[in-house]
Design a protein around this ligand. Sequence first.
Ligand code: NAD
Ligand code: ZN
Length: 250
Amino acid sequence: DQNDVARARELIAGARSVVVLTGAGVSTDSGIPDFRGPQGVWTLNPAAERIWTFEHYRDDLEVRRAAWQERLEHPMWSATPGRAHDALVTLERSGKLRALLTQNIDELHQAAGSSPDNVLELHGTNHHTVCLDCGVVAPMTEALDRVRAGEDDPRCARCGGILKATTIMFGEMLDMDVLQRAREAALGCDVFLAVGTSLGVHPAAGLVDVARMVEADVIIVNAEPTPYDDVASVVLRGGISEVLPAIVGG
Ligand code: NAD
Ligand code: ZN
């Protein structure tokens, strides 16, 4: 309610150092479906989870074919940032934003104007490919152009190895350097703002625990309940595109 919005606004206004963790919910108003919300990709089709599991992807040509088709048709490629992304740019310009931790792979924070140095992509980005054999990294557009031209399993141009997105799939470890920087940021904040994430995937969700270790105030903006609601100082259930601009000012 309005009291909670005012309370969150005060906490942010009074903070010295804010760390934000975003999830798929900040991009739904940009036309990118989330995973576990009511219209989520896996809520509607639980089998979709299989094609984003590393072992299945590596070992099964059919899984890779399905993954490439799904990626080619993904709304991400034509999506533009929305009010939630813009609000976080405003927060950065206020000088309070210590780090923007995101589980999203869509690069919409950077597209909105958040400084790339401040965005820590915990689950990588969908905008590049990496070869599983030689490790060469290339723009995703190159692979997608080949899929569009008829290849169903585009291979590394250098060595013929299997290509995957530079995202963290199920069964893969997060980049330890990125995770460490995220933890350090969380240890240095006095307000930790979690937006549009069901806080069900670890270790990303555990960053809330890290912030709680230093007694940061946790603010959660999410339409549905999360496992961290009871440690939060404020929980806001409204639509992110309305709530976020209201609490960060600007
Ligand atoms: P999620 O779908 O689990 O949660 C999104 C939350 O946002 C939901 O609780 C939903 O109610 C809320 N929400 C959506 N739109 C909203 C709006 N406009 N206003 C208010 N609330 C809104 O997404 P998540 O928490 O980001 O998922 C965590 C991770 O799961 C993802 O980052 C991803 O890494 C992982 N995952 C991985 C893969 C893969 O390929 N490895 C694929 C899918 C998901
Ligand atoms: Zn290669």
